[in-house]
Design a protein around this ligand. Structure first.
Ligand code: SF4
Length: 431
């Protein structure tokens, strides 16, 4: 078992406190929207166009974030039960059921404050059919416009000029005019450019932090810690000064950890012995997040790269929002999200992570109710194994439905997997 410095009451870094305050302030603004008259748009993480919304002074609401936060606060079980009673089947994505259950229970958000009704349902369709069905359900509940930006799938693994133009035309002809109508404000391209410049600045620092995991030992955990790091940039804050400051503070903290040769902070304190370096595909389980993380930390396993931290934007292969071509860059961003990549691109991404981060292996956490991304994962497992010659592992859980987190099963599998890696490291033959 890896050694850890026990810190029962973990001290929060200044970046964590900053993020907490940003979130609290945002949910308060949402709760006060009926009085202040602030307008809100419900939109999804992959392909979100936060910068555009911000320049129209609209507040983004991210339903997936609400669902995962509900799960972390132990509320998703009841919300899912409400949705199932209404007829949503067991196989439906549990993010959707948690969201519908929350809505039917008074639409009280994760902080205990009521969420406003949307003035717009904005869907950038990036790779998951469920997003469309989800908004069809919400459309029945709210009397507001719906805009769907059809984002072409990267079926051939590239973005062509005509694909880009197709998205640009929709943003110019559908999305912006709707925002103008809802808010009574005119599109202000200079303001959008300023936002995009701030996005790029924050993205630079985020990438630096994520890539710090190439060091040995890694100063961060790029999955369990990573989900906190992506919070502001994947949600309501990309393009804000708050996000710029958050990522600068995070980078400074990470630089310090690196300078001191420290490992990541885990639920039980600082990890002092990095035994396994792992790459992970798939989202974490949110209902038992700490327990799940601890199963890795107890074994000294550090996740050095993950694909989940790319679902709201792939920045570590060079993409940055570019203020000099505001609408085109938003189109490129949407098409480049992890959810919009084909299987060969996902395989290549995982293989490059295993190589570049000198990982001992890679693990897939397959999500029971995520039909969009569970399909093909066994193929990914074999392909990546063939390419990198490192052992792959496979576990199953769910996002926000606690019925599908079997702790004993997962722990067992993880322990066997880490033993297999150990044997490989010792030259103990085939896995
Ligand atoms: S990608 Fe998976 S988890 Fe996300 S909305 Fe689609 S089905 Fe649900």
């Amino acid at each position: 078992m890896a050694k850890q410095n026990e810190t029962p009451t973990a001290q929060k870094d200044s970046s964590q406190l900053r993020q907490k305050n940003m979130l609290a302030e945002h949910f308060t603004k949402l709760a006060e929207a009926p009085e202040t008259g602030a307008k809100s748009a419900y939109t999804f993480v992959p392909g979100n166009m936060t910068e555009l919304l911000l320049t129209f002074d609209m507040l983004p609401v991210l339903p997936e974030i609400n669902a995962l936060q509900s799960a972390m606060r132990g509320k998703s079980r009841d919300y899912i039960a409400v949705a199932e009673k209404l007829g949503h089947s067991e196989d439906v994505c549990t993010y959707v059921k948690s969201d519908i259950g929350m809505l039917k229970s008074g639409n009280i958000g994760p902080t205990g404050q009521r969420l406003p009704e949307p003035n717009l349902l904005l869907l950038s369709y990036t790779g998951c059919f469920t997003f469309m069905k989800w908004f069809e359900l919400l459309r029945e509940e709210y009397d507001c416009p719906v805009v769907m930006i059809h984002v072409p799938y990267q079926g051939e693994g590239e973005v062509t000029d005509s694909m880009r133009q197709y998205v640009v035309d929709q943003i110019r002809q559908k999305h912006i005019p709707t925002l103008e109508k809802i808010t009574g404000k005119s599109y202000d391209e200079d303001r959008v450019k300023e936002c995009l410049a701030r996005s790029a600045q924050a993205e630079d620092d985020l990438v630096w932090v994520l890539q710090s995991a190439k060091n040995k030992p890694s100063p961060i955990d790029a999955y369990f810690g990573g989900v906190y790091y992506i919070g502001p940039i994947f949600s309501a804050f990309r393009g804000t000064q708050g996000a710029v400051e958050y990522y600068r503070a995070l980078r400074v903290e990470t630089e310090e950890r690196l300078r001191l040769g420290k490992g990541p902070v885990t639920p039980d304190g600082e990890l002092t012995e990095e035994r396994y370096r792992i790459v992970v595909e798939g989202p974490p389980n949110w209902t038992n997040f700490r327990e799940f993380w601890k199963m890795f930390a107890d074994e000294g396993a550090v996740v050095v790269a993950s694909t989940y931290t790319k679902v709201g934007g792939v920045y570590d292969f060079g993409f940055r929002h570019d203020p000099s071509r505001p609408i085109e860059t938003l189109a490129d961003y949407c098409m480049g999200c992890y959810t919009n990549l084909n299987l060969p691109s996902r395989v290549e991404m995982l293989a490059s992570y295993v190589r570049d981060y000198q990982a001992d292996g890679f693990l897939i956490n397959s999500i029971k109710s995520c039909n969009s991304f569970s399909a093909g994962q066994l193929h990914i497992l074999r392909e990546v194994e063939n390419r990198v010659g490192k052992p792959g592992g496979f576990i199953e859980s769910d996002l926000v439905d606690p019925r599908y987190f079997s702790a004993a099963n997962i722990k067992n599998r993880l322990e066997s997997y880490f033993q297999m890696i150990e044997q490989r490291k010792l030259g103990g033959g085939a896995a």
